[in-house]
Design a binder for this molecule. Sequence first.
Ligand code: NAD
Length: 486
Amino acid sequence: MEHPTNPAWQDHLFMGGWQITDGPGFNAVEPATGQQLARLKEATPQDVADAAHIAGKAQPAWASLPFDQKARILRKAAELLESRANEINYWNTRECGSIGPKAEWELQATCEQALMSAALPMQPHGEIFPSNMPGRRNYWKRVPVGTVGVIAPWNFPILLSMRSVFPALAMGNAVILKPDPKSAICGGLLMAEILQAAGLPEGVFHVLPGGPDVGEALVNHPDVGMISFTGSTAVGKKIGETCGRMLKKSALELGGNNAMVILDDADLNAATSSAAWGAFLHQGQICMQAGRHLVHESVADAYIEQLAARAKNLVTGNPWKDQVHLGPLINEQQALKVEQMVNQSVAMGARIVAGGKRNGAFFEATVIAGATPDMPIFSEEIFGPVAPVMTFRSDQEAIELVNASPYGLAAAIHSASTGRAQAIADQLHVGMIHVNDQTVNNEFQVPFGGMGSSGNSGRFGGPANLEEFTTSQWVSVMEQGIQYPF
Ligand code: NAD
């Protein structure tokens, strides 16, 4: 069923409430067809300054709202997300090219984020420390940062925005969210409607769709105390530089080039099932995508044959019209980039075993044999449905190959011996490792994040959120004033 646009989207921005603005407009475009879905308002750097002002005024009252009232609003947001599931999944399919199950999973994971965040305000927020001065009490407590800027990508736009927005709000911050314009409806405007309907006080949450100039204005604004950024390593480094110069807190969740390691004793049926899911889900447009398949040489032929058979069974098409496994990439430019990486690698000696063809923004599930570390398909983040396979001879060589990448987001290891797999895991410079599974994993209650070029060691999820979205304060109390020597 088609869902209508909200008339407010055309000429309003959500700045703690819907506000008419006179900035430029832009089209929300369906990647599968190129069709215009809606006309939306783009934010300007001036809107960032205005939002920061409004947020700064609203934040103290929000922070001092009793914890149970904050929790109630976040639980209500989860309830509204579920009750509007058909509509949100509709927009995720049409605006982002997501297949139904991806959209459903993303929404469910976002509900869990809301519910987990609703439990944060009631957690202990501090500790009592002893003092070496008689009659003194020391307590240390978490306090909100103030206003948190959230900059999110287009691939899982709802989850990757809200995994920062919900806990930041829960910890008493105001939030300014800058979604990518390619996913401004699901990753921003619908979330503004949900939080407003859930009863979030005016002024506390803002949604400013826009490009790099709006992102930069947010990062550079002196009243925005923290940036939570999810996106590419190149942009993350720039943001990190600015935040460092401004002594601003930053959480940077960046790109990946994640390895699946298949040992000689692995169950190949399970390994290739994992590999197909990890490489092709959402057309490979996932930071945790299984982009490097390192396979022991003794089982490589069988692995390639089974993975290619799975790839050839996958149907690519318009997920709004048909039952498909793979939808379009986010736009034709992205598909062209993937095609170019494949072609360059083939020119360097790689062999396409399945797929390899592009049609507009669509790209087939592709398996490539004979990959080597110097090929772009192996050394760079692909962000497309391509599984390059390379062989190794020993566990030590596999470890060295995994660690040769500057990225360190996720890895997976398949082996009949979980002890052997864990011994390898202990030597990987990677933030998240899954034994006998694939690389694309996210559980809301477990701290999530990467190492190396995949981030600055920030972590989302579970207890990590308490630390991530707060700063802290030491308060000492003397029963009576002290007489110092002078
Ligand atoms: P991107 O870095 O181009 O854009 C991400 C966001 O940053 C967008 O909202 C964009 O408008 C904004 N932006 C761009 N330039 C900016 C600037 N100079 N200053 C401030 N903001 C700016 O990334 P993308 O292409 O949208 O997303 C794909 C990338 O994100 C991949 O590299 C992927 O691996 C990564 N990613 C990482 C995670 C993770 O959790 N580690 C999750 C999803 C995606």
